[in-house]
Design a protein around this ligand. Structure first.
Ligand code: FE2
Length: 329
């Protein structure tokens, strides 16, 4: 019976889009300064007791979260929640990818179906502006599936906060059915920074198990395969304003490659390059391809980020020349 049920369930979560990326960092002050003063992300709120900071463009409650590595020591949220066991976050890199769902009913239904089918989930939490369910993918990348619970999140989270997160029981109450994401967000710009990003759009993961990850991100995450090219798999949520939100790239070793932020237009990208040069920020590389123009930066922990504009010509990855597949997608 169980096998029949599994086969009939083709998708669990059904995200709208990638809401944010969360990184493990060595030092919050150092990384926060880099992403704010260099990259132009606004510090929306911080959580000093969790050693965490949340930065964004206004598109979602935050585009980029960062938590200082645990060094093997447990860190607790509200009401005794073991939020960050010392077994995770021992090194810098990806903490999680966060997927925005339509509403709480969709999140709870996916959670119920996973339980019914015997698929393990990790913690379920209340972030005060979101409810979340967490799961690891087959490579050990951590994923958060969340619904916004407060439309005006800035009325709840602003500046330094006491501990934010507590346990949440997805089955305790009748879930709400309306979308509480902000459909007309105000764009937050850091005028003094060289970069003025509009929004986070996608992340790139490398994997030696592309088939297993494609299965996870389509069946469990509920993303759709937009296209596959040169072995790379492009996946998207349901929101049409994003061509894709995740790219899986075949590689010998698993790992997070980079996060990508969209800039306003080509003129803005060229101005950004000049401002980065003036500010003495090293650009790790540029792409100038028929389908995109971009620059890459390495943060103080060595983590890569891309700042780009999309171009109209169709993508032809075979024409990328010496550029690596992970940077060309
Ligand atoms: Fe998150």
């Amino acid at each position: 019976m169980a096998a029949v049920q599994l086969e009939s369930r083709t998708r669990y979560f059904q995200p709208r889009r990638l809401g944010h990326v969360n990184l493990w960092v060595k030092s919050i002050p150092v990384s926060e300064d880099f992403y704010h003063t260099r990259c132009g992300l606004t510090v929306e709120f911080t959580e000093p007791d969790l050693v965490a900071s949340f930065l964004g463009t206004g598109a979602t409650p935050h585009d980029l979260g960062m938590i200082q590595v645990t060094n093997g020591v447990d860190r607790y949220g509200r009401n005794g929640l073991l939020q960050l066991p010392g077994t995770i976050g021992r090194d810098v890199g990806l903490n999680h990818l966060a997927w925005e769902l339509e509403n709480e009913a969709a999140l709870v239904e996916a959670y119920r179906n996973l339980k019914a089918d015997g698929i393990a989930t990790d913690i379920t939490v209340d972030h005060q502006v979101a409810h979340s369910v967490y799961i690891f993918d087959p490579d050990g990348n951590y994923n958060e599936y969340y619904c916004d619970t407060v439309k005006n999140w800035q009325s709840v989270l602003k500046g330094p906060m006491d501990l934010i997160t507590s346990h949440w029981d997805p089955l305790a109450e009748t879930p709400f059915t309306e979308g509480r994401y902000d459909e007309a967000p105000e764009w937050h710009v850091v005028d003094s920074a060289p970069l003025h990003p509009r929004r986070v759009t996608h992340a790139v993961l490398q994997t030696p198990k592309l088939d297993a990850l494609r299965d996870f991100y389509t069946r469990i995450s509920g993303l759709r395969v937009v296209t596959e090219e040169e072995g790379a798999c492009f996946l998207g949520g349901s929101l049409s304003g994003y061509p894709y939100n995740l790219v899986l790239v075949p590689a010998d070793k698993p790992g997070y490659h980079h996060v990508s932020f969209e800039l306003k237009d080509e003129a803005e990208l060229e101005k950004s390059l000049r401002r980065l040069h003036t500010a003495g920020v090293k650009v790790e590389g540029e792409t100038d391809l028929p389908w995109k123009r971009s620059l890459f930066l390495r943060d103080p922990d060595g983590l890569l980020s891309e700042w780009y504009v999309r171009r109209a010509a169709p993508r032809t990855l075979a024409a990328r020349g010496a550029l690596s597949l992970a940077r060309a997608v």
